[in-house]
Write a new protein. Structure first.
Length: 82
């Protein structure tokens, strides 16, 4: 069924921006911390090897995120009064 394929893809292959581009499966298994640390080291090495490209910008955050939701209250648009 298509929904089974979608759920599998969404949880095991799709890298979510809100999770700092790891999959939900990586996040729930705890693999995200290792992956994000590897990315941080690679970015810091790239910055060190070519500082002119980076300027004074810091390397992006690469720590695991805390609790997340799909649709938090503050993200929901306000309903217009009729």
């Amino acid at each position: 069924m298509w929904v089974d394929r979608f759920v599998r893809w969404y949880n095991t292959e799709h890298r979510h921006s809100k999770l700092r581009f790891v999959t939900p499966e990586q996040r729930h298994s705890g693999d995200d911390a290792v992956l994000l640390e590897q990315r941080k080291r690679a970015l810091e090495q790239a910055k060190h090897s070519m500082p002119s490209r980076w300027g004074t910008r810091p390397v992006r955050k690469r720590e695991p995120v805390g609790s997340t939701t799909l649709n938090s209250e503050k993200e929901r648009p306000m309903k217009q009064a009729a």
